[in-house]
Design a protein around this ligand. Structure first.
Ligand code: GLN
Length: 279
């Protein structure tokens, strides 16, 4: 029996309805990936019957998706700030919330030469986006995962971001010579016992998600290390959990930061806190 594109997509979205809030879209993304065609192709050619090997690969991906694997890992890419980044299961999948962190960081980064640090860069989305949006700046991105750095370098090369360099370290440990205008980070901030870790995010690296028993371990370290790495008047911007804003604000105030301000994500959760270093 032959199955055309329209029928394949209908069956696929039915089978994804239990795992996905957007089954039609996900079915199209997976089929587009397998057929190496844009999604618009399906609108133009719904009657086309894909070859058997395409159908097999597609069904295989559907099965993995039904078992909970995230689409970004299945297709190997994710869009961030309108650019395509390669992602693998070694790095966190970039989130729309993190675009708010980038937006707020850009407001603090003047078009003149500036130096920026992105701590725990993962796939490199934040560092590379800032580097491309502010071509006169120099961006340093760190991560303690060699595999993440390798992927981040690959993304920087693909997107031709020449003004970003990558350093293998935990947060900022060997960067003693550097003073930055802006430090940004989307650190791991989920508490180790959080039941969310059993959901779909279980496919993402624990190191990128878990911030110790209360979720604040990495944030504490970054807030403590940042004053010696910021120019007077420089800014620290952090992404954090929806229920961590008051903790993060307190930590920043205790370390001597001023102008502490929190921004809400698309769901209305307090998600990004920024603060200025004013010794
Ligand atoms: N900076 C990367 C991102 O925001 C990785 C963050 C992380 O691994 N916690 O996607």
């Amino acid at each position: 029996m032959t199955t055309n594109i329209a029928q394949l997509l209908r069956q696929a979205s039915r089978s994804l309805a239990t795992v996905s809030p957007t089954p039609e879209l996900e079915a199209e993304i997976l089929l587009a990936h397998v057929m190496k065609q844009p999604r618009s192709y399906f609108r133009a050619w719904p009657e086309v019957v894909p070859p058997p090997d395409v159908c097999r690969t597609f069904l295989d991906l559907l099965e993995r998706r039904q078992a909970g694997e995230p689409v970004a890992y299945l297709v190997g890419t994710r869009e961030f700030w309108s650019r395509e980044f390669v992602v693998t299961p070694q790095v966190l999948i970039p989130r729309p919330d993190t675009e708010l962190l980038v937006e707020k960081a850009l407001e603090r980064i003047p078009a003149r030469t500036s130096t920026i640090a992105d701590l725990g860069t993962g796939s490199g989305v934040i560092a590379i986006t800032l580097a491309l949006e502010r071509p006169n700046s120099q961006v340093i991105a760190t991560d303690r995962s060699i595999q993440a750095l390798k992927l981040a370098r690959h993304n920087a090369k693909r997107l031709r971001a020449g003004n970003v360099s990558f350093i293998h370290t935990s947060w900022m440990t060997p960067l003693t010579q550097h003073r930055f205008d802006v430090i940004v980070s989307n650190p791991p901030y989920i508490a180790s016992g959080d039941p969310h870790l059993k959901q779909e995010i279980r496919f993402e690296p624990a190191d990128a998600l878990i911030g110790g028993h209360d979720g604040l371990e990495a944030i504490r370290e970054i807030v403590t290390q940042s004053p010696c790495h910021l120019r007077p008047g420089g800014w620290l911007l952090l992404e954090h959990g929806y229920d961590q804003a008051s903790h993060v604000g307190r930590l920043l105030a205790e370390s001597g930061f001023v102008s502490i301000e929190c921004h809400h994500d698309l769901q209305g959760h307090p998600r990004i806190t920024q603060a200025q270093w004013s010794p």
